[in-house]
Every structure is written in C-alpha cells, then in structure tokens.
Design a protein around this ligand. Sequence first.
Ligand code: PMP
Length: 450
Amino acid sequence: MSTLPATGAAVKAADRRHVFHSWSAQGLIDPLAVAGAEGSYFWDHDGNRYLDFSSQLVNTNIGHQHPKVVAAIQEQAGRLCTIAPGFAVDVRAEAARLVAERTPGDLDKIFFTNGGAEAVENAVRMARLHTGRPKVLSAYRSYHGATAAAINLTGDPRRWPSDTASAGVVHFWGPFLYRSHFHATGQEQECERALAHLEEVVAFEGPQTVAAIILETVVGTAGVLVPPAGYLAGVREICDRYGIVFILDEVMSGFGRTGAWFAADHWRVTPDLLTFAKGVNSGYVPLGGVAISAEIAATFDKRPYPGGLTYSGHPLACASAVATINAMAEEGIVEHAAHLGEHLLGPGLRELAERHPSVGEVRGLGVFWALELVKDRTTREPLVPYNAAGEDNAPMAAFAAACRKGGLWPFVNMNRLHVVPPCTLTEDEARAGLAILDEALTVADAHTTG
Ligand code: PMP
C-alpha cells in the first residue's frame, strides 16, 4: 500500500501514464481520482463528496462497501480464492441456488460469467445451438455489452464501429411512446403496433431462421424504457408460436433496480434465458450469468456445452453474490427500492418536470428513472442532437457539470439524465438529490427554446 500515490494529482498522473480507458479518446479525458466510497457516496482526495446517483455503471444496488458483503469476500479469500469451474464448491452452488430461487419460472440452471456481455454471448450461443438457427433479433434502442455478439446486438451508436461482424443480427423497433416509431397516440396502440411490427420482421426474416429474440425487460442505457402492459407477454407469444428462444437481458434491470428481484416479475413473464450481472453482487467482484430453462438445459444433458471461462463461478464473486442476495432479503432492500420509487423519487421527479421546461418526460420505476431533456416540450426536439459530441453536446455537459458542482454524480446519456441511485438510498438522500437536480436543471432550462 505504501507505494501507492497519496494525492489526487499523483493518482491522476499515474492513471494517465498507463491506464487505457473504456469508450474514450485517451488524450481528451480527465478522470476524477477517487479515494473512497461508502453507502450512497464516494469522494475524491480533496474531500469532495458525491451523492452517487449513477450507482457507478448502475451496479452498486446495495451501495458502496456494504459491511456484510465486504466481510464475506474477506472470509472467502481466507478459505479459497480460486478454483477451476469444473469443481463443485459450496459457495458456487449456494450462489446458483439463490439466483435460481429468485428467477422466474423454471430458470433453474445457472451458468456464471464475469459480467453482462459474456452472459449475452453465452445466451445467444445457447439459443443458436438449441434451435439450430442462425439469426438473433434485438431492439434498436438497446445495450447488450461490448464483446463481439453483444455489441452487434446493441442498438445504440456504439455498435457502429464493430458492425462489420454483425452476421445474423437483425434489429427491430421496440415500444417507446414518447418518440413512437409507430405514430401511436396511446400505450395500448403503441404496444399493438410494436408487436405487429415484430411479427412482420420475424415473417420477413423467416421464422425458421430466427434462433432468438433478445430484449432488455426495461431498456436501460438506451433510455429507461418501461414496456407497455401487454408487450412482453406478446413477445413471449410470438416466440412460442415460432419456436424462437426468448432472452430477457436483466443485466441492468435485475436484483432490485425496478423494485422487484427481476423486472420480469412486474409483467409475470418467463423467458427461456435470462442474463444477469451488475446487481447480483453490486459489482464488488466481477460476476454475471445466464439463468437457463429446463428445456434448454436439457439440450446439453448428453451433449457438451461448447463454452466456458477460466473464472466462471469464481469463489470470491460467488461469496459476494451470496452475501449481497442474503443482505438484500434480510434488509428488505428490494421493497425499499419499490417504496422509494413510488412515494418519493417518482413524485419528486414529476414535480421537477412541472417546473422545468427542459424536462420533456419522466419515466421509470423503483430506482430506475430517466428524464428526457428537450429544447422544446411541444416539438420534443432533444436538448442535444442524437449521438452528439463536442460542442454539440455542450448543453448536456453543462448540466452534468452543474450536478457534480452541487455534489451529485449523475448518469447522463445523450439527451437524458438517468436517475439510478443505489436501492439502499435513504429518504433524506433522495430529497437531497432531488434538490441538487432542481438547481442543476436551471442550466438545462437555459438551453430551451420553446
Ligand atoms: N446488458 C445490459 C442490459 C447492460 O446494461 C449491460 C451493461 N451496461 C450489459 C449487458 C453489459 O454488461 P458488462 O458491461 O458487464 O459486460
């Protein structure tokens, strides 16, 4: 420890020398040097504390440094740090049991990965092998990860540089009433038209060539899009009709984020494969996985599953998942997230929308919300153009800077603020966060033209 640099400036200089950062122009970034974190806060080396309304990358559902999870990792490290996936170990079996118990329906076999993208890669591989079909359908407004298949399934512009390898991926439009692709005027119509569109895409691709339809239960990174009431059941029905595997990606929406263990619980739908990561252990140790239906698991009963990872079911990751899930259950954290969303965050954000002309729409549930920021509420023109960068993105950059200046770390994406604090956020912290957003939104309001 003594060899590590102690000041923020020294940490930043050391970082800039050797760390290559995700999604960034390496010469243009200025990362904050973080010194520590606890609960809903993290802080830098100069004593600036930030209320973490991002949950980092929407993963610290249980907050930072939860003592039970930290203790479980320490205890497991003393017992057994690593063991190959081919062995049976208590902590891996227990993590799988706790996940399987909470996933819907008969998703009772768990394949562990190191994160969300690997979970998506393996779910797609399972679906293709199970059906013997090549194609996978995914939504334009989606994010599924940054590895080969996952980035091609992703709908957002981060897919573009990798698109040369997108064989077998077909995109479709999901429901999103505020910017309806279907010119719908109500949720019911949006739902009907989105399902008819999907059905048409399946028909024109040839159902016998479609292995899977993958959807985020609640679309996360691409805008916190909550599906209309009958949509997921409708997709389930299309999948059943054509023998297509239904994959729900719950990497972001799972483990309390929506105020339920899984977002699928809200609509009582059961997919054939469910991907998870992030909240399963709040990201304390890298972990993700695929929950597999009995029927798909049976495909690989006598025939080997051709996939694996050195760290699949890593003991430290599994120990942290066991502790996280148990703590969430014991402390009523999922129920707390539901209550906070319904009684405080939702009403609080809607109240902000009434007073701030830059807020075009508020949507979400649990601790999973987005404010759609617009130049003009009538035309719904986004505050910044689609995929804006540099000067074009200045209004959003200024808004994010105002949040940070107020002591809140925001999650901003394109023209949206995602309000995604930990599930453990207290009511006082929620009120404090709303007050900071109230102030920061005046910066966004200054860029409105309506
Ligand atoms: N799927 C979804 C729905 C996600 O939100 C993410 C991450 N934001 C991923 C997959 C990829 O997960 P990871 O970054 O752990 O690979």
